[in-house]
Design a protein around this ligand. Structure first.
Ligand code: ZN
Length: 499
């Protein structure tokens, strides 16, 4: 009996001592989010927290198996499985080791707080920070907000641009298609002024976009007018904007017959001209006589621009209109921001052999094969001169390449038609030797959300083509040929819409 009393006493002391420790672990998604308390408990002198409660609060608690005590949850697009009394867990099907075992307590499975924070930092929340004085964890210190949604219709697709405040992990964005003519875009950890976003977004294939804020996820329910052939998305380097392209076959009945404003949106009213290279840093190819590619292409670009403005009445935007250095990544951005409908990059070729001559015009290769990267290597080389080379390493990694090029792949057919028109006009009008229409991984062609080509108007390493390119009259002819090709292309492209 005495012994029993002693036990009760110890228990009482313990019960009184425990409330002195907070029985929660505090997390905050970002600086502007509310703090959330996750159930915790003290075990072996450390704080352990509930995995079940964490998944429920910040991710998705997929399933709890109470027979063998397995907890499955998702966080930032990855699936985790934890097991009771086990020092192993799974992440996306891959086994990983823990320095401790996961324990089963009152609220599901518990893991030492410090261990779990390490897992979060490794994966879903690389920026996770501990605010020691408040004893709370900030999951994504740089919170970002969604400020606007913009829609653009193209002949065979609709592009949704979700404008965000900053770069965020691409795993935080999920896009999927329901079988009910709905498309869902969810962005984990985003904040937004819901009143500002709740505007009317009806355009082309999109009937309505309804923003919904649920827990820590901002979701857009996109109601579609028709079945679409495919969805691609990527996060634009630099702006962090989410670009989603919906591919569909153009149908006249999509645009009401009397809606001339909607029809106008399809017309080629803005053309972006991209004179290659520029500035002291990037002269491009340099001929034996000192002629620089950057000067020739700027002159041809301006001549082309004047013809397009005067004869076609279109708006012309230059990615550079002086001898300045513009990084490759910025060029497509300029084009997209100007709502361009065509992108034409102008370059001069050069080869080790002075025998090589002729013109060739490129569109983006849908696959980043070593060969296509090699072809583009010379024009991409300029990135070595830029400060932010990491930007491109990511872009050219095989997985990222596929994602990044998807927006451009929507316009592949149009880009090819334009490239063909350019090559055949050079040949028929100027008697140039056409080396053909080719595909390669030019960085500058990855970003534009519009038909885009890169044309090499001649070799400055070939003495004959060099002396031609040094003549004003010849450069005017090159510009005139490009103008005729664009004009031809524009007429064919718009015919279907206007009729
Ligand atoms: Zn070049």
């Amino acid at each position: 009996m005495r012994n029993f009393k002693k036990h009760i006493l110890i228990l009482l002391v313990l019960c009184m001592a425990v409330p002195a420790f907070p029985q929660v672990a505090v997390f905050r998604l970002n600086a502007s989010a509310e703090p959330r308390e996750i159930y915790a408990s003290y075990l072996y002198g450390a704080k352990w927290m509930s995995l079940n409660h964490f998944f429920k609060t910040y991710g998705e608690l997929r399933s709890v198996n109470t027979e063998d005590w397995t907890v499955t949850g998702t966080l930032g697009g990855k699936e985790y499985i934890f097991y009771a009394n086990s020092g192993f867990y799974q992440r996306n099907g891959e086994w990983r080791h823990l320095p401790c075992t996961v324990e089963r307590l009152s609220y599901g499975l518990y893991i030492p707080e410090a261990e779990f924070v390490r897992i979060l930092q490794e994966d879903a929340f690389p920026e996770l920070r501990h605010n020691v004085s408040a004893d709370e964890y900030l999951l994504s210190p740089g919170s970002f907000s969604i400020t606007d949604i913009r829609l653009r219709e193209m002949k065979n697709g609709t592009v949704i641009r979700v404008k965000t405040g900053k770069d965020f992990p691409k795993e935080h964005c999920r896009i999927w298609q329901g079988n009910n003519q709905y498309l869902y875009i969810s962005v984990y950890g985003a904040t937004a002024d819901m009143n500002a976003l709740a505007g009317r977004y009806s355009s082309g294939v999109i009937r309505e976009i309804i923003p919904v804020m649920a827990k820590e996820t901002l979701q857009f329910n996109v109601k579609l007018r028709m079945k679409i052939d495919g969805i691609d998305h990527f996060i634009e380097a630099g702006t962090g904007d989410i670009i989603i392209s919906l591919r569909h076959t153009y149908q006249k009945d999509m645009v009401p017959a009397d809606n001339s404003i909607a029809k106008k949106r399809w017309l080629i009213d803005t053309i972006v001209i991209d004179p290659g290279h520029g500035g002291k840093r990037s002269p491009g190819a340099v001929a034996p006589d000192g002629t620089m590619e950057k000067d020739i292409v700027l002159d041809v670009s301006r001549r082309l621009g004047r013809l397009l403005e005067n004869k076609l009445g279109v708006n012309v935007v230059y990615t550079r209109n002086s001898d300045t250095f513009v990084p490759l990544w910025q060029r497509p951005k300029i084009a997209n921001e100007a709502a361009g409908k065509l992108f034409i990059s102008i370059h001069c070729n050069s080869a080790r052999s002075s025998q090589a001559y002729g013109t060739e015009t490129f569109l983006l290769s849908p696959k980043s094969t070593e060969k296509s990267i090699e072809i583009a290597a010379r024009e991409n080389k300029v990135i070595e001169l830029e400060e932010d080379t990491e930007r491109y390493e990511k872009l050219l990694s095989p997985e990222q390449y596929i994602l990044s090029t998807m927006a451009q792949s929507v316009y592949m057919k149009e880009s090819e038609a334009l490239a063909q028109a350019v090559e055949s006009t050079f040949k028929s009008r100027m008697g140039c030797r056409s080396r053909g229409v080719k595909q390669a991984s030019f960085i500058v062609l990855i970003g534009p959300a519009m038909p885009a080509i890169l044309t090499e108007i001649g070799f400055i390493s070939n003495w004959k083509e060099l002396s031609n390119l040094n003549k004003d009259s010849y450069r005017q002819e090159v510009a005139h040929s490009l103008y005729l090709a664009v004009s031809d292309f524009k007429e064919n492209y718009e015919r279907e819409i206007i009729e």
